[in-house]
Design a protein around this ligand. Structure first.
Ligand code: SF4
Length: 346
């Protein structure tokens, strides 16, 4: 039996019972694909179920406030995904009369939908022959065909996409084929696979050549950018503090945070820095004493390393625009800030 048919047969028997596989509703498939882009399946199930319960249809999502959508996304990270889901739901409701696009070409016009998601939805829900290429597929196909071009290069990904196109055109059900490739990569052809029990062990080139450990190949990694985020956690005698919304199209866009001073290196005593003096003078904040309680942590993102410090500073007067510490959990903070708040402030 051919590779592609063997794969689909395996999938039919072994696929996991996942909530988004209950039917082929494109809205549900869309939500699941966006959640799973940066999230493991086990964690994704909980978020998917909660999201669908709160926003069961594209109309319910489009008519909600963006802050409500962000709240449902809390803890998942990469919040742009939630912002784009909301924008696209509005686009479908307002400009497309509520009709979910049913072709790859229409899907890819929506915000937050790229080649991968458009291929997944159009094949699973509308039977179009568009192969998906995600990390699992790249790993499985590059090993099976013994391809050593780095999978994080344009050429590497193009090559795998071409193989996917050829394979998908030979099967009856393109949606099942795509899901089979992703499922096999996630469950069997994992980063550390048990090749002896793999159904492809007699035909897989990487296994035959003893190259499973070096395929998929990756380019030499660039050094991650380092950033130093100094958060000022002002606290007045009434236990109020100040927060802002991030407006720069940077990490954590539109989420809440404490007043921030970003620096090029770690600052030992922020209270005596010029940036601090400038910031407190514009906000008319008078500090109570020179003592600051500092809590530091390191947070690694895919493209940068964040050195975050929280400077707890007592202030003399009442913070007019402040909110009570007990209310902080009602806001949408990024994960490291939420952890700090829950650990040290509430
Ligand atoms: S033999 Fe090993 S490397 Fe090859 S497809 Fe199977 S699990 Fe992957």
């Amino acid at each position: 039996m051919s590779f592609e048919n063997q794969l689909v047969k395996w999938y039919t028997i072994n696929k996991r019972d996942l909530p988004w596989r209950k039917n082929k509703d494109p809205y549900r498939v869309w939500i699941s694909e966006i959640i799973l882009q940066q999230t493991r399946v086990v964690q994704g199930i909980k978020y998917f179920n909660n999201f669908i319960k709160k926003f069961p249809t594209v109309e319910s999502l489009s008519s909600s406030e963006e802050s409500e959508v962000l709240k449902m996304w809390k803890g998942l990270g990469y919040y742009n995904r939630a912002i784009n889901l909301h924008k696209s739901a509005k686009e479908i409701s307002n400009s497309l009369n509520g009709l979910f696009p049913n072709t790859y070409d229409e899907l890819i016009k929506l915000k937050g939908i790229g080649d991968y998601t458009a291929s997944a939805i159009s094949s699973i829900c509308f039977n179009e022959y568009n192969p998906v290429v995600d990390g699992n597929v790249l790993r499985l196909l590059s090993r099976y065909y013994g391809i050593k071009i780095p999978i994080d290069s344009v050429n590497g990904q193009k090559g795998i996409k071409e193989i996917g196109k050829k394979l998908i055109n030979k099967v009856n059900n393109p949606g099942d084929f795509n899901q089979a490739m992703m499922e096999y990569g996630a469950l069997l052809c994992t980063p550390f696979p048990d090749c002896e029990s793999c159904i492809f062990s007699s035909t897989c080139i990487a296994f035959k050549n003893n190259e499973v450990e070096i395929i998929p190949a990756k380019s030499i990694k660039k050094k991650l950018k380092e950033r130093f985020l100094n958060y000022l956690v002002f606290i007045d005698s009434e236990q109020h503090t100040i927060i802002n919304k991030r407006i720069n199209k940077d990490i954590w866009y539109k989420l809440d945070e404490f007043p921030l001073i970003e620096s090029k290196a770690e600052i030992k005593n922020i209270i005596i820095s010029d940036e601090f003096k400038k910031l407190t003078s514009t906000k008319f904040i008078t500090i109570k004493n020179q003592k600051e309680n500092i809590y530091r942590l390191k947070h690694i993102l895919s493209h940068q390393i964040l050195y975050i410090s929280f400077h707890q500073i007592l202030v003399k007067d009442c913070l007019e625009s402040g909110i009570h510490l007990s209310e902080l959990n009602n806001y949408n903070f990024p994960v490291p800030l939420t952890n700090f708040i829950n650990k040290l402030l509430i």
